[in-house]
Design a protein around this ligand. Structure first.
Ligand code: GLA
Length: 730
């Protein structure tokens, strides 16, 4: 068991391969947090806590005249609003008399074998061979009748600890959750950096790194989705932490809706980290006997910098979060027609494209937006999920058959959560969209959002989709969502329950995806939201890959994929080679560089193959062969960020190293050329230091490559790239 209880000391210690996490129930029954960091022998870490009479710090009544006992200064495991801890809190509930103060006290605990799951929400799961345990600590507040169950999933070999909270109403009246975060972590001391991932449409997940300063700093989303703008992932790190050195703590929120990630540096230089559903426009009623599960947070501690943390996430998300056939099965190299044709295509045109694609070695042809309803532009048609046979010139089954005859799989695009005002669905059911009575709704890309908190709405769309999917052979589905949510209002909930809608929406989305995945277990589902607007660990539970960004420019992608790699594995990153000049930036890059960059993802093409030259076709055939050749190394190898594209101007370099260090593929892209440039060296990682590696007939000592480095090749054309495959000499 990786959960140990020292009953005499009321001490709970959780440990994984490298980390240890500890809590203690004190004399008043308050659950204190004592330690999270490197694994050591188990000792009582509460010796670190200082007990002092602090000015203006309140003392709970039960502490009697002990002025050294204050919830404001002690490290709390799950902090509550209103009873003397004035820092940002994890839980705030309004109960029968309208008060909000809570005093949570220990009741009991349970230690269970295996990893808990959460009904209706994504969660990291244990696989055979994994060592996983669950600790549940039950706390209660006497006056309000609130019970809180703190769940800890301890994944020993994965080096991951997960947290989630279940809140139960045991009172005789309703209670109202106003803030119900998934985790709180108090660090007693330390000068940390707060690393978050910000961005915008077509430039997602840029790394922001700043010293934590006194006060509260936060990122989050109130857009209804996790958003392009901030990712539900953050890192707390030593100020000196680098890729390979220093303490760092990762926090990944397995949720695809509104979120808050917050850090507070307090008066005594203690740091509190909080993560959970964003409290804005959130209020959830629990009737007597009802309970509420928060989504899960997956935490990873690394004593050796960001790389070790990222690799733990990559492994866990790939193997213990993604599900279904395509978790492990080789993903087909695809061609998507979007940037090739946009809305202007016929069935015949697609077949012609597919013919060329098949000839190049592409394995899956995807028909993107524009095949359904009245959809010749983005102004109409969403919600009418029936095939536009007039436009295609054939049925979907006929189109699919023709593509299959070419030896390829076939996939299609959907945007199930949205509706165009110019659609039959909207004309029939205007109240199915989020519209606040008496107001005109905000449009986004001309469209409105369907109320997916409603079962009847979901069932209708599901039935429409099944009708399409059951009548043609479809092996891939792209699930898109192309706007931020606003005007949140559900026509079927009373006025005092509208604060539940955003969360119920996400639950509805998850339920839908779960049902879809069960009904079509062999179908590969790729998530998407205007590119990477909902690229989060919650979605990965349902869709093992997500279109990373609508920006397909290889040079910009270096940055986007760099930021994405801090939490998410290569196998989840949808990445395509597109035509040049690039449609988003106008930049021209060599075709091989576009492939080098797209290979750090699920790899495919998004262009019109009819426009390729004979020479380009030769290159593409070679690229696909190269990708297939390195597939296992790229997908299962350890990912190393060897340079930082935001800082290192001349080259962006990354590496996939075999788990056992027997081979490594190093990808290099020249991002800037200077005349007469000084030589630049990059150090590889993850090799065996005393073994030799072969590269193009030359021998290199592993230790030399790692500690002295490898001289970067000189670029002879702009944005040139290279792939160096080092193989251990036998
Ligand atoms: C979004 C997606 C694109 C494409 C279009 C279609 O922007 O990210 O890949 O599917 O929608 O409208």
């Amino acid at each position: 068991m990786a959960v140990l209880l020292d009953e005499k000391k009321s001490l709970f210690t959780l440990y994984t391969r490298n980390s240890m996490y500890q809590m203690k129930v004190d004399n008043l029954g308050v659950l204190l947090h004592t330690y999270y960091g490197k694994r050591t022998e188990i000792i009582d870490y509460s010796y670190l806590i200082s007990w002092k009479d602090r000015g203006f710090a309140g003392n709970p009544y039960q502490a009697g005249n002990d002025r050294t006992y204050s919830l404001e200064t002690l490290p709390q495991e799950y902090s509550c609003f209103g009873s003397g801890d004035y820092r940002a809190s994890a839980l705030k509930i309004r109960y029968h008399m309208g008060a909000r103060a809570l005093e949570l006290r220990y009741v009991r605990h349970e230690i269970l074998e295996g990893k808990y799951g959460i009904p209706g929400l994504p969660a990291v799961y244990a696989q055979e061979g994994d060592r996983a345990d669950t600790l549940v600590i039950v706390l209660k507040d006497d006056v309000s009748g609130v019970f809180v169950y703190l769940y800890y999933g301890v994944m020993e070999n994965l080096d991951v600890i997960t947290r989630a909270v279940r809140i139960e109403n045991r009172a005789e009246n309703s209670i109202f959750l106003e803030r119900a975060l998934s985790m709180c972590l108090d660090q007693l001391y330390g000068s940390y950096d707060f690393l978050t991932f910000y961005g915008k449409h077509e430039m997602e997940r840029k790394l922001s790194r700043a010293h934590i300063h006194h006060g509260v700093q936060s990122v989050g989303s109130v857009r209804g989705t996790s958003s392009h703008h901030y990712n539900p992932f953050m890192i707390l790190a030593d100020r000196s932490a680098t890729e390979t050195q220093g303490n760092c703590y990762g926090f990944s929120f397995l949720y695809s809706g509104n979120f808050l990630a917050e850090a507070e540096y307090d008066q005594f230089n203690q740091t509190r980290v909080l993560m959970g559903i964003h409290p804005d426009n959130f209020e959830f009623e629990l009737k007597p006997g009802e309970d509420f599960w928060t989504p899960e947070v997956a935490m990873v501690y690394s004593d050796a910098g960001f790389e070790k943390m990222s690799q733990a996430y990559h492994h866990a998300f790939r193997n213990n979060l993604c599900r279904g056939k395509y978790k492990k099965a080789r993903r087909p190299v695809l061609m998507n027609n979007w940037e090739g044709t946009y809305f202007t295509f016929t069935g015949e045109k697609l077949v012609q494209m597919a013919k060329e694609a098949a000839d190049l070695g592409v394995e899956l042809f995807v028909m993107d937006d524009g095949w359904f309803g009245k959809r010749d532009s983005d102004e109409s048609g969403l919600g009418d999920w029936y095939v536009n046979e007039k436009k295609l010139g054939c049925t979907l089954a006929e189109l699919s058959d023709r593509i299959h005859e070419l030896g390829m799989k076939f996939g299609i695009w959907f945007e199930p959560e949205c509706v165009s005002e110019d659609s039959d669905l909207y004309r029939e059911h205007p109240d199915w969209a989020f519209i606040i009575p008496g107001r005109k709704p905000m449009r986004g890309r001309y469209q409105l959002v369907l109320d997916f908190s409603r079962q009847d709405v979901r069932d209708h769309i599901f039935a429409q989709m099944c009708e399409v999917l059951d009548n043609a052979k479809v092996e891939y589905l792209k699930w898109d969502f192309n706007r931020s949510i606003s005007d949140v209002y559900s026509a079927v909930l009373p006025a005092d329950r509208q604060g539940e809608v955003s969360h119920r929406y996400v639950l509805g989305l998850y339920e839908f995806l779960e049902k879809l995945g069960r009904r079509y277990p062999d179908m590969l589902i790729e998530g998407c939201s205007g590119g990477g607007g909902r690229f989060d660990a919650g979605m990965l539970y349902y869709t093992p890959q997500i279109w990373c960004s609508d920006d397909t420019d290889a040079i910009e992608r270096l940055k986007i994929q760099y930021g994405t790699s801090f939490a998410y594995p290569v196998s989840t990153v949808g990445s395509h080679v597109s035509a040049c000049p690039n449609h988003q930036t106008g930049r021209v890059t060599p075709l091989d560089t576009r492939a080098t960059v797209a290979m750090a993802g699920t790899f495919g093409y998004e262009l019109d193959p009819m426009k390729l030259t004979a020479e380009e076709k030769v290159q593409i055939r070679q690229q696909i062969a190269t990708f297939k050749n390195y597939y296992d190394l790229i997908q299962d190898g350890k990912y190393h960020r060897l340079t930082n594209p935001f800082v290192d101007e001349v080259y962006t370099v990354w590496e996939y190293a075999a788990e056992d260090g027997s081979e490594a593929l190093m990808s290099v892209v020249a991002t800037k050329i200077y005349a007469n440039e000084a030589s630049i060296y990059v150090k590889l990682r993850g090799l065996k230091e005393d073994r030799y590696y072969l590269l193009n007939g030359e021998r290199y000592l592993g230790g030399a490559l790692m500690y002295a480095g490898f001289r970067m090749p000189e670029a002879t054309e702009e944005y040139q790239s290279w792939n160096f495959h080092f193989v251990e000499e036998k």
